[in-house]
Design a protein around this ligand. Structure first.
Ligand code: HEC
Length: 238
């Protein structure tokens, strides 16, 4: 169907990275550290430099305190280390459970048909319904459990309509990680820039010059009205 996903990779050790709209981040810890600095302006052990504001070339104009602002604290009375907020926040995210779909077995016939169509027309070639986590020392609940994420966590060329002109790691301007569809029924805005609050529109935005999704979206367009409805009901159940 013209679909060929590639993983994004860390510039440091070449291993696969999976977090973020362009799969640009290696771990929740790095994600947390980056967001603390870039989105909130809190320097930390992973990103110790203040982002210049007002912008360069006066990068230190807001620097009134020593960095890093958030850090591991050495508790001298207990002879112990208290984790930084960034590390604590990464752990909070790690232990968030996956969203619970409206049904898995015993789904209504329209939802069952929608699930079948999702595979048949090719959506599942990118939106992989389930993967199993590797063995983890961190907690039993994270070790070898199915993650029903509906993503291959790989990058795809999504064509001129979705391209944002931004490159992150190996991901070029029109490449995006397949958005996980778990919890979709509870989201209001779709796609990386929140351009859509309508699932039919979000599906049609997949098509565009150079998009790997074009054949699949042609299949979608050829579905009967009733079958489009069934597919949407399935998506809303996630
Ligand atoms: C070539 C891979 C590919 C195929 C095929 C594909 N998708 Fe996607 N899908 C993506 C990517 C990548 C995104 C994220 C795009 C963005 O954010 O701009 C996405 C986003 C979405 C979203 C929005 C999710 C969100 O949280 O914002 C929905 C809904 C969706 N796809 C449904 C479908 C359906 C239904 C089909 C089949 C008709 C389909 N997709 C086929 C790759 C694909």
């Amino acid at each position: 169907m013209g679909i060929a996903g590639v993983p994004n990779r860390s510039g440091n050790d070449g291993s696969i990275t999976r977090f973020g709209w362009k799969a640009q981040n290696k771990s929740l810890l790095i994600f947390s550290g980056e967001a603390y600095n870039v989105e909130m302006g809190i320097t930390n052990e992973l990103f110790p430099n203040e982002r210049g504001y007002p912008p360069n070339p006066i990068p230190t104009s807001c620097l009134v305190n020593p960095t890093p602002e958030d850090r591991t604290i050495f508790d001298a009375t207990r002879m112990d280390l208290v984790p930084s907020d960034v590390a604590a926040f990464a752990n909070f995210m790690r232990f968030l459970d996956q969203p619970i779909p409206a049904c898995t077995t015993n789904c209504s016939p329209p939802i069952q048909t929608g699930r079948m169509l999702f595979k048949a027309i090719g959506c599942a070639n990118c939106h992989t319904p389930s993967m199993t986590t590797d063995k983890s020392e961190m907690a039993d609940g994270l070790s070898q459990v199915p993650a029903n994420l509906f993503s291959d966590l790989a990058l795809h060329h999504m064509g001129g309509r979705l391209a944002d002109g931004i490159s992150q790691g190996n991901a070029g301007p029109d490449q995006f990680r397949t958005a996980p569809l778990w919890g979709l029924g509870q989201r209001v805005f779709f796609m990386h820039d929140g351009r859509s609050s309508n699932l039919i529109h979000a599906i049609q935005e997949h098509a565009g010059p150079g998009s790997e999704s074009n054949r699949v979206i042609e299949n979608f367009d050829q579905l009967s009205r009733q079958n489009k409805q069934n597919l949407i009901l399935f998506l809303r159940s996630l």
